[in-house]
Ligand binder design. Sequence first.
Ligand code: PMT
Length: 218
Amino acid sequence: PVSQALAGQHWLITAGPTREAIDPVRFLSNNSSGKMGYAIAKAAQRMGAKVTLVSGPVSIDVPAGVSRVAVVTAEQMEQAVMQQVSDADVFVACAAVADYKPAAIAEQKIKKNAKTMEIKLIKNPDILQQVGALKNKPLCIGFAAETENVEYYAKDKLQRKNLDMICANNVAKKDIGFDSEENELVLYCKNGDSVALDQNAKYTIASDLVSEIKNRFF
Ligand code: PMT
């Protein structure tokens, strides 16, 4: 750690995509690289927090001093988060969790005989909403990745998921968001405040976000 500003706190952070199997060789997923969530984990660790990173499949290294729980599916991510959350002071949900999964996983590789095919999807658990509904919930920070009506949808998620702050990520913008080196966020707080974090390297955005959380809530 380079500072002890968050000493004694446990931060639980989700990052990366989840993967939902269709058959033994195929899955549904998204373009999350894990970079944003890993940067937040690194920033919190460097400010003295104990950090647990629950991560979907990504190809980046675990930041020094951070413990990682590796998961694949949304359900595994839910289980890992629920196991850790009672001990957490802060929960940051940066993962791009698949909202739906195939209703059934084909046991064998699906053959391409038919001209069209349909995959029936069913809803995955909403991990952040579940944490926000806990009686003794940690401080809850969510993300909202949106391509339109960004502020409206972000504020809706802030309320609906009972969060303390939401980080609105306009992923329709070029060069930021999913699988890029930089990001840009607008933070909306429960008390109505908002803070813009202008486009910058993900680690810079992450450090500013962690400082903002610390200054506002601790
Ligand atoms: O990983 P990178 O390539 O660095 O990209 C970073 C990012 C774009 C993935 C990240 O900045 C981001 O925006 N993460 C949230 C992505 C997302 O899925 O947002 P959402 O608006 O669909 O979900 C809203 C919130 O609920 C998020 O905090 C999400 O983690 C959480 N959620 C959603 C669905 C679900 N089943 N469980 C959840 O916990």
